[in-house]
Design a protein around this ligand. Sequence first.
Ligand code: MN
Ligand code: MN
Length: 420
Amino acid sequence: MISTAQSEQPGINRRSFLGAAAAALSASAIMAPDAFAQSREQIRKGTANHSADNPGPVNKALQAENNSSNTPPDTDHGDVSPFWYSFELSHRRIQDGGWTRQVTQKDLPDSKDLAGVNMRLTAGSYRELHWHTANEWAFMLYGSARITVLNTDGTIFIDDVHAGDLWFFPRGLPHSIQGLGPDGCEFLLVFDQGTFSEYQTFLLSDWVAHTPPSILEKNFMLPASAIRKLPDDEEYIFPGTVPGPLEDDKRAVGGAAVESKISYSFRMQSMKPTFEDAGGSVRIVDSTNFPAAKTITAALVTIKPGALREMHWHPNASEWQYWIRGSGRMTVFVSSEKARTMSFNANDVGYVPAVAGHYVENTGTEDVVFLEMFKSDVFSDVSLNQWIRRLPNLMVREHLHLDSSEIGRIPDAKDPILPR
Ligand code: MN
Ligand code: MN
């Protein structure tokens, strides 16, 4: 084995005339890289010596949840910006009727396309009537809500949404969200502006509080006694009354004559998966199956324990993730020898720059469920496996040093979730 290695390395061959003692020396020189690699692995894991010890202060809860940063794989390298944050670290604004918190570009400075909000409304409580500068995409995490949105032609959309459903509200159109029985709702909102703040929306109460009463009298054609009843401060989230049946509300506002021709809600969780196999499933909702969502696209991904969301990238947009369930890790490769691995758990947010290579591995014992979201009208990704399998065999052999039978084992069709 040693002589074979020597014959392949001219530098060692030149030394072979030095005799047996030198051959033994060169043998140790050949073994050295492997031995070094092993010891580096042992050093990293703390089994070789004390190099990985951490005798100073430790936030044990954070360290346990972020093992991929604390003990990264040897293949991680270079300075990669953080692409993990958690709603658990965000300030929670709690009011009578519910609460809200947000993760924006302030928390993930590289994430300029999308920002997210997590909100809870108790039964009957409102997210006040409002509108804003960004488009709004939402996923129901728990319970039920009644939503309304007004079109510029005067038609209105009213619907009840439940856990697993989503909605899309175009920017500028006024809308409402109200928790229904028995226990209200909790949901994720995603806006197509990285700097969007949920605390800077246009509120109905805010506007009337900042309009001269004489103007309000003329506009509403109401007497001063009525105008004095209007709120004089913003309400934002506040308790209300659980409404009656949806059909009663629709009829009461004018029925079919004023009903929106556009649907702004979609049953995402109950749709047939776009891809499904033993490793998990992917449900893609974009403008091709939900025409209202012209600027935000999403994939609801389930990964079984040990399975892998395959190595891929997105040619058209950065990715904003919301982790609903489970635990896993993601390595993001940003070119120039730079790659970083971070751990993810429920209620965490992940970010992947546009075209950056990545995978998501379920490292836990329960299913990983997460949302991939993009500021785009269509979902688009490139599969590393599919790319390799579409190339001439010789080209792949000469790049990756694999033989033909090995190349033939790489999945041929795009398979977003690979079983363990
Ligand atoms: Mn809104
Ligand atoms: Mn992705």
